[in-house]
Every structure is written in C-alpha cells, then in structure tokens.
Design a protein around this ligand. Sequence first.
Ligand code: TRP
Length: 327
Amino acid sequence: MRVLSGIQSSGRLHLGNYLGAMKQHIELQNEHECFFFIANYHSLTTVQDPPLLRQYTHDVALDYLALGLDPNKVNLFRQSDVPEVTELAWILSTVTGKGLLERATSYKDKVAKDIPASMGLFSYPLLMAADILIYRSDLVPVGKDQVQHIEMAQDMAVHFNTTFGREVLKRPEPKLNDALVVPGIDGQKMSKSYGNAINLFDPPADTKKRIMSIKTDSKPVADPKDPETCSVFALYRLMGLPEEVAALRERYTRGGMGYGEAKTLLAEVVERVLGPARVRRTKLAADPDYVEDVLTTAGRRARAVAREVMADVRDACGIVTAKGTHG
Ligand code: TRP
C-alpha cells in the first residue's frame, strides 16, 4: 500500500497541522510505504517572498523530523525535486472540465479571505492531483478540508484513463483521521489565516500564554461545565491520554474547577508532546547538511517513481520527446 501526503510550507506550523495531518502521517510510517512531501510549489500561491519560502520549506522538514518522522522509514522530500508533477498537472488540465475546478470550495474560501485569485490558486487541485497520481498512490491521509481535492483527483484519474483508453493512473482513496476539528484560541477552526493558532515551536512561555488566552464562557469556578462545547477540553482530548481525558471530563461536569486550571493541565500535556520535539528540532537546525541530505535522497527516490509513471502517461496520450530529455 503506498501512502502519500503533502503539507504546504506557507507559514509556521501549528497544533492544527500536527493533530489534523502530521500526527497521522507519523503513525502511518510504521505500516506502509510512505511518500510525504513539502508542497512548496503550492505555497507559491500565497508566499511570494523568496527568502521566506526557502525558510518555510526548510522549517517544515525540521518540524516533521523533530516530531518523529523517521527518514529511514519514509520518503520526506520537496515537491520541487520532482518537477514532473507540473508537467502532469498540465496534462491533467487538458482532460479536466473547468466546471470541476469552479466547484472547489477551498478556492472560494481562499478568495473570500482576500488571497489573490491567481490561475495558480484556481489550478491548485490540478497540481495536487498530479502530486497524488504521479506516484500511483493508494491512500492519501488528509484533513477533512482536503477531501474534495482528493475526489477531484479520483475524477481526473478516471477521466484520463477513459480518454486515452488505458489504465495508466490509479484512483486514490482519501484517509480521514479522527481529529475532526481542531479549535483555535477563539473557538473557530485553527488556521494561520484566522490568527488563532497555537504554533508548534514557539518559545514555551509564548505557547503557555497562548493556551491561557483560549476563549471560554464565563462560568464561575464552582459551576459544572460542559466539556463538549469547550475548546480547552477539545484540545486536551486530542493531546491527552484516555485516562487523563476521562479524569478532566469528570472535573468539568462535577464543578469546582476553574478554566484557568483546565488550561494549565492542557499546557502540561502540550509541553509533554512538544518539549522533546523542541530539543530534537534544535539539534536538527544545527545540522542543515543532514536535513538537506534527507530531502535530496528521498527526492531522488520519488523522482525515479514519477519518471516511470510519466513515461506511461506521455505514451498513453501521444506526447513525444527526444531521447534523453527525461533522464
Ligand atoms: N493541499 C494540501 C493542504 O493544504 C497540501 C497538499 C498538496 C497535498 N498536495 C497534496 C495533500 C497531495 C495531499 C496530497 O493541506
């Protein structure tokens, strides 16, 4: 089973990225052949500052490795080390109706948030489909907001195959995790663009301050509280051990505990997960050659797969290139 997923390098990663995607990726590394990449071509739709894009690209690699992705088990690489994906995106665009892309809710959401409506932003699902299909991926672990994009990739694979009368591309399946919505400090979905994120690798004191500022209702200490509607509890449930979660739930419903105490408990479990990762990240940051080597090696492996698939794709649709053009 080949598992593939990508993560954009368009800002500092936060708990929502970790709980919504990265944690699941790290768990899958023990069971399957995994391809995880840093979607820097996608990031170019929102980050158009070269030093910043370079920095974010490197940071995603550091974050993943620090959180426990094992480069001996998975291929962690840069999207741009497999430039064939942009070629496949073009070819897919020729068998994809404009109406399909016009239905993309993620595009509409981004434009509503004032991200410039470039062709790149509009074509985002084509490049994402190419990312998936170029490795003949079976399974794509993603957050709920990306499922529509995977469904588009399924449509494109089938459409390509029927147009050219050959089973060249494999229809992928999305894999959802159980962290449905990760709330930010204001209770809305955690997102960089909402300004409500708890970053993974801020200084610990800043993270604690952020957690202490999570919005709650104003029930006094003595009152029983509803764990189901509280963002502090929602985050605790995603980070704590089952018995810790059960104990906190009991304290909510019993009353006698203020939100400040619940937040302190949350800050403790967050630090328990992030503390050791922060130490590993500092070490990795001091060794950029090692990180570059991980990315380069995995990028070569990924590219070898992509080249084979692209040879089939070109052949299926009648695109001819000079010998040697594609290595
Ligand atoms: N669009 C994804 C996100 O923002 C990132 C991504 C790019 C991706 N290409 C992908 C995810 C291919 C899965 C598969 O989260």
